[in-house]
Design a protein around this ligand. Sequence first.
Ligand SMILES: Nc1ncnc2c1ncn2[C@@H]1O[C@H](COP(=O)(O)OP(=O)(O)OP(=O)(O)O)[C@@H](O)[C@H]1O
Ligand SMILES: [Mg+2]
Length: 455
Amino acid sequence: NDIIPTPVRSYLESVLQYLFHRFTPALSQSTTIVVDDYSGINRNEIFESAEIYLRSKISPATDRFKVHKTRRQNNINLGIEKDIEMIDKFQGFELTWKFVFPEERKHSGSDKYFELSFDKKFKKIVLKEYFPFVLEKAKEIKAQDKVVRLYTRDFVHSYGDDEEGSSEWGSVNLEHPSTFDTLAMDPEMKQSVIDDLERFVRRKEYYKKVGKAWKRGYLLYGPPGTGKSSLVAAMANYLRFDIYDLELTSMYSNSELRRVLLSTTNRSIVLIEDIDCSAQMKDRDSDGDYDNSTSKLTLSGMLNFIDGLWSTCGDERIIVFTTNHKDKLDPALLRPGRMDMHIHMSYCTYNGFKVLARNYLGCQGHRLFRQIEDLMGKVTVTPAELAEELMKSELVDAALDGVIRFLTNKLELADKDDVEDTQVEESKVVKKTSRASKLFRKFVRSSSKTSFLVQ
Ligand SMILES: Nc1ncnc2c1ncn2[C@@H]1O[C@H](COP(=O)(O)OP(=O)(O)OP(=O)(O)O)[C@@H](O)[C@H]1O
Ligand SMILES: [Mg+2]
């Protein structure tokens, strides 16, 4: 710049450019493809896949990238930084990815996008082979990653600012260790759940053929501590599906629900816990204060809505409801065809205990098992209670002793309760009869027709 005067410099530049155009025409013939993060209201799969794929391409040569890790995560995660170009090679040619994150948010559509530039003559290969390759690779990486994510909306709320219109989910890695292996439940029931899940993920074509949305609903019911939440975690871990934990009580209208549901992804489980506690949903319908029920949230409205929504956009969706009180549920939920499978999670059986003992103590059999089996026949106990006892000691003998003590205690308490109950009943009867006879005697005394009355 200092030595050559500007006019000469621009002349030289144009000459050079001309020469380059002649000899390497490809250079100027580049094509750019824009990959938005959303396509309409749905996430753009190519964008998602590109993000995952490019993360694996971060190398020492990358100038600038992001790392993040939350306290609960084990690994450090890498992320692509905005405006950084990343070069990828495919079948011998180069492609340049650039992650663009505009400062001012556009109102509709995408907030961020990728620009992919490459030589024009490879356009066909990019569309026909490279994108499918990226999609496939991302799928592989995701599967290897083995991280199931748990989404809730609480994380979003804590940011505060645009709470009202926000449909975003905060997420953490689901580190719930529950698997079908560690789950104590009726073996037949367990197998049928696994079979059902497998059939479900296998049957894409079938669902298409019969014209049904590719979704499945499960209702888990049973007393607290019997493993309902654990079963959901096991399902997610088994299928590698993410979980969206939907807190209905924090939702005010169908339109909010719609926005939230639309922002969930495919291959996921939407979990609605303690559906009976969302009872006010039912009330909202009948309540005089809420005349405007079309816009307010109702349970049946929600179910209809989910059906409709997922038949148009949504694949491999699972919805799970849990409840402690099946009898308190809105009949809308129990109608045949609503929930595909009703799963009763009940008190622990002896077989269940064996699963827990193997799980917590690594113990397959023990002389004390007989006694425990015996006690378990007499008293009901939840897997959660047993798990708590089993965790109290690492020594097998001590832990099993603890279980026996716990069960014996429970049995004694139950017996005492029974005795007390009957005692109460008896004393009530005595009181009642004595009261009646007193009244009777009084009546007799005051009556002149004694003999007739006695008869
Ligand atoms: N069937 C089971 N197999 C193995 N562990 C279990 C089982 N049930 C409960 N547990 C243990 O007890 C804990 C509590 O169980 P979980 O949260 O799954 O119960 P829940 O049925 O969802 O209860 P709630 O109705 O109160 O939500 C679990 O973390 C797990 O350690
Ligand atoms: Mg639970």
